[in-house]
Design a protein around this ligand. Structure first.
Ligand code: RB5
Length: 149
C-alpha cells in the first residue's frame, strides 16, 4: 500500500497520480491535503506519509509540494525515512537501486504530470540492489543514531 500526500501546491499533481495508481490497480491511500485552494504547510503532509512508512502501515510513500524540497526535507526528519526528490526517471531508478528510497518526492511546479507518472512508474518497478549499497544505506541509520537524543 502506498501512502500519498501533498500540500496545496502539489494537490493537482497528487490528484493525477492517485488516478494513475487507481488505473493501474496499485493500492494507494490519499492522506491529503483534500483541496488545492487552502494553503497548508507541506511539513504536516510530508510527516504524515513518512510516519505511515516508518511505522510500516504503508510500504512506500509519494509526497508532492511545489518544488518537492520542503516536503522531502520534512519527511527525511522521520527516522527510517529515505525520501528522494526526483526530477527524472534516472534519479527515480537510482534512488531505489542505490539508496533504497522508501518515499518519492516530486515538485509539481518543476515537472509536468506526464514526467511525474513516468517517474512514479520507474520508481515503483525498480528494486534495491543491496551489496555495496547496503553498507551505505546502513550508514543512514548510523547518522540518525548519532544525532538521536
Ligand atoms: C508553497 O508555496 C511552496 O513553498 C511549497 O509547495 C514547496 O515548494 C516548498 O518547498
Amino acid at each position: 500500500m502506498i501512502a500519498i500526500a501533498s500540500d496545496h501546491a502539489g494537490y493537482a499533481l497528487k490528484d493525477e497520480l492517485v488516478k494513475y495508481l487507481a488505473e493501474k490497480n496499485i493500492p494507494c491511500e490519499d492522506l491529503g491535503t483534500c483541496d488545492g485552494t487552502t494553503s497548508v504547510d507541506y511539513n504536516d503532509f510530508g510527516v504524515l506519509v513518512a510516519e505511515a512508512v516508518a511505522k510500516g502501515t504503508h510500504e512506500r510513500g509519494i509526497i508532492v509540494c511545489g518544488t518537492g524540497i520542503g516536503i522531502s526535507i520534512s519527511a527525511n526528519k522521520v527516522p527510517g525515512i529515505r525520501a528522494a526528490l526526483c526530477t527524472d526517471s534516472y534519479m527515480a531508478k537510482m534512488s531505489r537501486e542505490h539508496n533504497d528510497a522508501n518515499v518519492l518526492a516530486l515538485g509539481a511546479r518543476v515537472i509536468g504530470a506526464g514526467e511525474a507518472i513516468d517517474i512514479v512508474e520507474t520508481w515503483l518497478s525498480a528494486s534495491f540492489l543491496g551489496g555495496r549499497h547496503q553498507r551505505r544505506v546502513d550508514k543512514f541509520t548510523d547518522i540518525e543514531k548519532k544525532y538521536s537524543v
